[in-house]
Design a protein around this ligand. Structure first.
Ligand SMILES: C[S@@+](CC[C@H](N)C(=O)[O-])C[C@H]1O[C@@H](n2cnc3c(N)ncnc32)[C@H](O)[C@@H]1O
Length: 444
């Protein structure tokens, strides 16, 4: 490794040894943070990649740059029976991570003081690698991704994220200012933080850098100052740079983690009435171009956060919208594991009994921009999913029992009409991954 690279890695290590991240109290549990559990549940990306619902039992999950282990804890909570391995450069962070997992009863989680480039030394292969808020710190991101790929199982998945150059531009400017002033030559401590605060406070309030970055209240905390103003090794990336790194590492994108916040069409007033040029060209452009265009128009996401995997095009992924009737007839319906919670079931039964709409989006809000309500008879049809996965066919039978007659004509509802209703409900919910649909050919 080049001298300059090892110097910056040493600065990062020191920064996180003196102020490990994140500073979340040991006793805090993520058990009721359904969004975080949904993202960290490996069922989510495996379904997005292969349209299958995997068992978490026995899967090997790596948390790279685990810090104080809060994400490792979420991974452990979200993936019952999985083996959790965490690594981090900073020995202080590793100690805290180990302690956190033990405190929450995950005594078998393993943590190692290790740099990403040394991962092969553990001689393990992983079903899932969580690289959260760490890869943008690597001096050579292509090499980092290649290392992760080298320890990823054949069907494994990597979650990676990078700071966005466009969204975080102002913070990179502040960091540049403080580098010029020498505040980041060594490990920044109280003195450097205080100098940085003084300089920002002294600036007129309408100085652009200040309006774009300064938050007097947040700046009182060490963590905020270090993770924003004086962050050693922090860097930003664009979508083309990330795609180029993925290509170099021979990895392919599966999906953005918060895909609902990267939808280009959402940026237009009337999605069905786009200027002709856009209406013609948008369907033709690649995923990379769509994401890049989104960022150029509306750089709101601090992180470019995504799942990727080996480039194996062998999997036959057929979008639910293209399923044939026989696909449907053989299909199995699962509730997303993060919705199979007793609170949701109780609320559902309450809505069915009082014939009120059920807001299925209130637990996992991330994929839905607006609340998603189910009419109470629809909720009643889906109730068995809170017990176990069901064949789609059995939901149709249940629908026919719940709605035997067409309420307008009072004629019996046909099998075909019931199928259409159930398919519509399931397709709508599958878009948010609230339900997961497996074709029989994919099961097992
Ligand atoms: C911003 S923190 C993120 C912690 C955790 N992943 C999270 O999201 O809460 C970055 C962590 O990555 C670690 N780190 C940075 N570079 C690393 C490297 N090359 N190898 C292993 N860990 C690294 C740091 O020590 C730090 O604990």
């Amino acid at each position: 490794m080049k001298n300059q690279e090892s110097e910056i890695i040493e600065k990062i290590r020191q920064q996180f040894n003196t102020t490990p991240f994140p500073q979340i109290p040991l006793e805090k549990s993520p058990k009721s943070n359904y969004n975080l559990l949904y993202v960290h549940n490996i069922v989510t990306p495996y379904y997005l990649k292969n349209q299958i619902v995997v068992e978490t039992e026995g899967k090997v999950i790596l948390d790279v740059g685990c810090g104080t282990g809060y994400k490792s804890l979420i991974l452990a909570e979200a993936n019952p029976g999985a083996r959790i391995v965490g690594i981090d450069l900073s020995e202080e962070s590793v100690k805290l991570a180990r302690h956190r997992l033990e405190f929450h009863g995950f005594n078998k989680a393993e943590f190692h003081v290790l740099s990403i480039e040394d991962l092969p030394k553990l001689e393990l292969e992983y079903d899932y690698i969580n690289g959260d808020e760490v890869l943008y710190l690597l001096p050579d991101v292509k090499a980092g991704l290649k290392t992760l790929k080298s320890v990823l199982k054949e069907r494994g998945i990597i979650r990676a994220n990078f700071h966005s150059s466009l969204q975080r531009f102002a913070y990179f400017r502040v960091q540049e200012v403080f580098k010029m002033m020498g505040l980041m030559d060594e490990n920044p401590r109280e003195l450097e933080m205080e100098l940085a605060r003084e300089i920002m406070t002294a600036l007129k309030d309408d100085v652009l850098l200040k309006t774009q970055t300064w938050d007097g209240e947040a700046a009182k905390t060490e963590e905020w100052m270090l993770m924003n103003y004086l962050f050693q090794g922090d860097k930003g990336y664009t979508i083309p740079e990330i795609f180029s790194a993925l290509k170099a590492a021979d990895l392919q994108l599966i999906s953005m983690v918060n895909w609902r916040y990267w939808d280009l069409l959402d940026l237009f007033k009337e999605q069905d009435n786009l200027p002709a040029f856009l209406a013609m060209s948008l369907p033709e452009i690649s995923i990379e171009e769509r994401l890049h265009l989104f960022e150029l128009l509306h750089p709101v996401n601090r992180l470019i956060d995504f799942w990727c995997a080996h480039c194996d095009r062998a999997e036959s992924f057929v979008p639910v919208g293209e399923w044939t009737l026989s696909d449907w007839e053989e299909a199995r319906v699962h509730l997303h594991p993060q919705l199979r919670i007793s609170q949701a079931r109780e609320d559902l039964i309450q809505c069915i009994t009082s014939q009120k709409p059920f807001d299925i989006s209130r637990y996992v809000t991330l994929p839905a921009l607006v609340p998603i309500f189910l009419e109470s008879h629809v909720a009643a049809c889906l109730l068995p999913l809170w017990e176990s996965p069901c064949p789609a066919k059995s939901l149709v039978e249940r629908w026919l029992k719940l709605r035997p007659l067409n309420p307008v004509t009072m004629e019996p509802v046909s099998q075909q009409a019931a199928w259409e209703e159930v398919k519509e409900v399931l397709k709508r919910l599958e878009a948010f991954l609230y339900v997961l649909l497996e074709r029989s050919a994919r099961i097992g």
